[in-house]
Ligand binder design. Structure first.
Ligand code: GLU
Length: 377
């Protein structure tokens, strides 16, 4: 895998990389070397988008808010102050290499609701057409904690799938995925390429993170699942040194998560990337086989339901051993679904008292996810 071969690239910059943990100041000299690298990539014909954290960290220093966890309105105020500084820093650094910044602040609903998702995508696409560099962050000033990404790893993955990026680079304070936390375990081994995000890979993630970073490894793996299933490769690399992208171009140490072979349509990307599915369906083996061969999900093969979903909500589809195999938009509310699972579709009119659609989830509303094959015993 080579960065050279990726055309449309989303780069996520974590707070711990951009802001000095001790002083709370922006690492301006470092930022300029990152932007120099971006100018180099753009000169090679690549398209670059930046998802940057740091608003709260920067705003916090300027307001002298107390150390420790901020209250919601404190972090919103800190973000309001810090986001201006953040945008200014990027605009200035890009200006020095004759590039233009365009700031976009997204909320959770902007990626979860289809209409707003399409709207945001149109703006991003236009910015790229205009040769600007989009600088994206969560709109922390209005987002409340219940409906928030909270971490920019998953936001960046959503952005990457929204604009069909080839590659997502997460620049953080660790140079990839290790078999165990390297800071505490001397036997930890670095994994350069991850082709399938298996439960074993997920278990390696733990939840390490610095005091500034929100995500840790868990949200990076969650981001990888969104990205690779939508056809984007993902890199985790240490961004702390000067010229971090140049280092990657020259084969620097990192972990690659490789995209699945059959990228899916735009609408399916949106379904695949849902961050808060409302329910879980567990299927019997026959239904799993039918799904994998491209069929719709019929109520007959569903063994169990979980969650209080409504018609049209995104749900997770699992096989009996608990492994997720697909996601989809369900065609029935939970109360109706309870009545029809385990039954033939031809019984639906009698069970519900009206002529409902034969499938619980139509194949056009479903995305198969990369998963481990069942090991024969
Ligand atoms: N949106 C937050 C900020 O700009 C950062 C979230 C994160 O660190 O992932 O401060």
């Amino acid at each position: 895998m080579r960065l050279q071969d990726q055309k449309r690239i989303v780069i996520k910059i974590g707070s711990a990389t951009l802001v000095d943990e001790k002083t709370g100041r922006l690492r301006a000299a470092w930022l300029q070397t990152l932007i120099d690298d971006i100018a180099m990539l753009k000169a090679q014909g690549k398209e670059v988008l930046i998802v940057s954290s740091g608003a709260i960290a920067l705003g916090r220093r300027r307001t002298h808010l107390p150390a420790g966890k901020l209250k919601l309105e404190e972090s919103q105020a800190a973000a309001a102050i810090g986001q201006i500084a953040l945008g200014e820093a990027y605009a200035d650094a890009l200006h020095k290499v004759d590039l233009t910044a365009g700031q976009i602040l997204l909320t959770f609903e902007d990626t979860e609701e289809r209409r707003r998702y399409l709207n945001a995508r149109a703006t991003l696409t236009k910015l790229l057409e205009l040769d600007a560099v989009p600088i994206i962050n969560e709109n922390d000033t209005v987002a409340t904690s219940e409906i928030k990404f909270g971490d920019n790893d998953r936001l960046a993955a959503r952005v990457a799938t929204m604009i069909s990026a080839d590659c997502l680079i997460l620049l953080s304070d660790i140079d990839g995925l290790y078999t165990a936390p390297p800071a505490t375990n001397p036997d930890a081994e670095h994994i350069p390429i991850i082709e399938h995000i298996t439960p074993a890979i997920e278990a390696m993630a733990g939840s390490a993170g610095s005091s500034l970073a929100k995500g840790g490894m868990t949200t990076k793996i969650a981001a990888a699942k969104i990205a690779v299933n939508a056809g984007a490769n993902m890199i985790i690399a240490n961004g702390g040194d000067y010229n971090p992208l140049k280092a990657l171009m020259e084969g620097g140490k990192c972990s690659w998560f490789t995209a699945v072979a059959n990228p899916i349509t735009q609408r399916k990307r949106w379904i695949n990337g849902h961050l808060e599915p409302q329910g879980i369906l567990t299927l019997d083996d026959g239904a799993v086989r039918a799904l994998l061969s491209g069929k719709s999900l019929l109520p007959a093969g569903v063994k169990a339901l979980d969650g209080n979903f409504a018609k049209g909500d995104a749900v997770i589809i699992r096989r009996l051993d608990g492994q997720e195999i697909a996601r989809g938009l369900i065609g029935y509310d939970r109360t109706e679904a309870d009545q029809i699972i385990g039954h033939k579709s031809s019984d639906i009119p009698a069970l519900l008292g009206y002529d409902g659609r034969p499938e619980l989830i139509h194949r056009d509303d479903m995305v198969l996810r990369d998963h481990e094959p069942v090991t024969p015993i």
